[in-house]
Design a protein around this ligand. Structure first.
Ligand SMILES: Cc1cc2nc3c(=O)[nH]c(=O)nc-3n(C[C@H](O)[C@H](O)[C@H](O)COP(=O)(O)O)c2cc1C
Length: 378
């Protein structure tokens, strides 16, 4: 690889360095992947107004998300099995985010545990919660996130049942990978990944193993996880979670304005307009196309964030123009991590920051917080 200038460059390098099973896990969507593709493609339909001869000195990308200062309004999204893109992946990504001044969100389905990430960082991170059937386990997770001083709980609403990703089934995805001949060959040609993985003890779901009743090893973990997503979840559950948590609450996975209005009633601090990166309902609208209607419907009653398909600083600014106060990136930081470890996560953030800064200036704005609908050409 000569120069890394774009998120796509990081993706190319990650494809070479991360075993196929885990690279595919990141780079896939549900079924035909039409929503996954639309998330990226629909950004291209939105155009900026170019303005000239405006004083562009002293620009700033600084903003806030749920009242927390951010160096730019781009958080790292919760992603499962991040510690399989690179050894200790969640700890490295959290450190990179902390140094950059943006929030890191740890997934329930992470490899490194809440406690691992807390020990690797000095500032609060956010924790993403899946509400599973085993409520004792869920209570315990909330309490562990509190004990680790997480400053926000991100409650994911769009995974009551699991969407299907064909690649994961074909690859026989598991963490750690099963030692079939195919997997051994695939890993052997990626010595960098193997060496780093050999040097860590973190190779399975450490938020779960040893914490959920009856889950002590891989076999029990696989059967536990497959039964745990809870189809009974309802809006009433948000109330007890909010109460038990007692801190800032963000509701993730809203794609419809009726649901957004329900979310406002819960008293949550923010919603994330999201279709889970196109990994759940294939055929759903892209996040960027759903954003404006939702932002208009809720107005100032709740903070609106969005994720899905952001691959550049321009994409971030388009989301801000259409009503998002903050955004998240999933795959862009995973590609960075798989390509270059912690340095790659920083690189992904730097690429996006530079693109945001230049785009802001060419739009004739100095402050990222000034980006609004008037900046788009319609
Ligand atoms: C590999 C992968 C794993 C994910 N795991 C989770 C998860 O555990 N919890 C969750 O709420 N969202 C999860 N998501 C969804 C992300 O939080 C986010 O909504 C999505 O990645 C945004 O789209 P983008 O990847 O195009 O930026 C995952 C996404 C990816 C790509």
């Amino acid at each position: 690889m000569s120069q890394i200038l774009t998120i796509a460059d990081l993706k190319d390098l990650a494809r070479r360095r991360v075993p196929k099973m885990f690279f595919d896990y990141a780079d896939s969507g549900a079924w035909t992947e039409s929503t996954y593709r639309a998330n990226e493609e629909d950004f291209q339909k939105i155009k900026f107004r170019q303005r000239v001869l405006v004083d562009m000195d002293n620009r700033s990308l600084a903003s806030t998300m749920i009242g927390e200062k951010v160096s730019m309004p781009v958080a790292l999204a919760p992603t499962g099995m991040t510690g399989m893109q690179h050894a200790d992946g969640e700890m490295l990504a959290a450190q990179a985010a902390q140094e950059f001044g943006v929030p890191f969100t740890l997934s329930t389905m992470s490899i490194c545990s809440i406690e691992d990430v807390a020990s690797a960082t000095t500032k609060p991170f956010w924790f993403q919660l899946y509400v599973l059937r085993d409520k004792d386990f869920v209570f315990n997770l909330i309490d562990r996130a509190k004990a680790a001083k997480c400053s926000a709980l991100v409650l994911t609403l769009d995974l009551q049942i699991l969407g299907q990703r064909h690649k994961d089934i074909r690859n026989g995805l598991s963490a750690p990978p099963r030692l079939t001949l195919k997997n051994i060959v695939d890993m052997a040609i990626r010595p960098r990944w193997c060496a780093a993985m050999a040097g860590t003890k973190r190779r399975t779901f450490r938020n779960i193993v040893g914490h959920a009743k009856g889950v002590g090893d891989m076999a029990s973990l696989a059967s536990w996880t497959s039964e745990q997503f809870d189809p009974h979840l309802s809006w009433n559950d948000v109330a007890w979670i909010k109460e038990r948590w007692g801190g800032k609450l963000i509701l993730k996975g809203i794609l419809d304005k009726e649901d957004a209005l329900m979310a406002v009633k819960t008293g949550a601090d923010a919603i994330i307009v999201s279709n889970h990166g196109g990994r759940q309902l294939d055929g759903a609208s892209s996040s960027i196309m759903a954003l404006e209607e939702i932002a208009d419907a809720v107005g100032d009653t709740i903070e609106v964030h969005m994720d899905g398909g952001i691959r550049s600083g321009q994409d971030v600014l388009k989301a801000l123009c259409l009503g998002a106060k903050g955004t998240y990136i999933g795959r862009p930081f995973l590609y960075g991590l798989g390509a270059l470890g912690k340095e790659g996560v920083t690189k992904a953030l730097e690429i996006i920051r530079k693109e945001m800064d230049i785009t802001l200036a060419l739009c004739g704005k100095r402050l990222v917080t000034d980006m609004g609908k008037d900046q788009l050409r319609r």
